[in-house]
Design a protein around this ligand. Structure first.
Ligand code: ADP
Ligand code: MG
Length: 275
């Protein structure tokens, strides 16, 4: 089942004009140029490319956190391109995002229990307080934390623990689609495999569709079904993960792959490590 489909997405950013000076062509960034992609139920599409290539912009557009200049966005067979504000709010229930740095994506003034409960309150899921508390407890245990943690504040946690909180929060609305934007890049190497394994388990349990943004190609190889390679806002190559890695067609993909220390056998243990 097709969960998300983007067609011909374009986005330019212009620097805000300062003073009376007119905007020059060189100040306009073509962040995305005619990008199309889809993600099916239970599937991971990895979006790989250098910093500044447009990955986060595309992830945000898929969730309509920012508006494209043109193009269409379908979620669960329905166009979300021109939903009203309130219909968009309802549609957001099905799509969530996990950001790179949980220290900046989670409000430091809220306790963990409220952070996980907040999306339910916003979407009026489990309106009764004790049912909501039970669901928060289930979620926090599912991500490997404990109900003892619910009254604590983000500063009391490590990056890996906080990313688990962010995952519990993303799951609170029972979404179908999650954009994972470099979800382990900011974490200690020792906890990356655990967080990735958690994401993989949750995907299997719930049939989640992931758009997995990463510049770490060794990581993408083990967890993506398909890969889209983006260069300066253009998808230059797209295919099944093994095909792209074994027979990269585009020079840019070859360059990215040549920088991967993939021949190092220690790397292959990444997802089985329990360190
Ligand atoms: P990536 O996630 O691949 O590193 P981004 O999507 O963040 O790339 O950025 C793509 C391009 O768009 C970059 O050139 C970036 O500077 C520009 N860009 C992103 N967001 C904005 C914004 N809000 N205003 C102006 N330019 C932006
Ligand atoms: Mg980014």
């Amino acid at each position: 089942m097709r969960v998300v489909e983007l067609e011909n997405i374009r986005k330019t950013f212009g620097k805000k004009p300062t003073g009376l000076r007119r905007r020059r062509a060189s100040e306009v960034v073509n962040a995305l140029c005619d990008v199309s992609l889809h993600v099916d139920r239970g599937e991971t599409l990895a979006l790989v490319g250098e910093s500044g290539s447009g990955k986060s912009t595309l992830g945000r557009i898929a969730l309509r956190l920012i508006e494209p200049d043109s193009g269409t966005i379908n979620v669960l067979g329905r166009s979300v391109s021109d939903l009203s504000r309130s219909d968009l709010r309802a549609a957001r229930r099905d799509m969530q995002m996990i950001f790179q740095d949980p220290f900046s994506s989670l409000d430091p003034r809220m306790v963990i229990g409220d952070l996980v409960a907040e999306p339910m309150v916003v979407h009026r899921i489990e309106p009764k307080a004790d049912a909501r508390r039970r669901r928060v407890a289930e979620l926090i245990e599912r991500v490997g934390l404990s109900v003892r943690h619910l009254d604590r504040y983000p500063y009391e946690f490590s990056g890996g623990q906080l990313q688990r909180v962010a995952i519990a929060r993303a799951l609170a609305t029972d979404p179908k689609f999650i954009v994972c934007d470099e979800p382990v890049a900011a974490l200690d190497v020792s906890v990356r495999a655990q967080v990735l394994n958690l994401l993989i388990e949750l995907q299997r349990e719930r049939g989640l569709a992931y758009l997995f943004i990463s510049h770490d190609l060794s990581l993408v190889r083990v967890l993506a079904d398909r890969v889209a390679v983006i260069q300066r806002g253009v998808i230059v190559e797209h295919g099944d993960t093994n095909d792209v890695y074994d027979r990269p067609a585009h020079d840019y993909t070859k360059t990215l792959l040549s920088a991967v220390p993939g021949r190092d056998p220690r790397r292959r243990k990444l997802l089985t490590s329990t360190a």
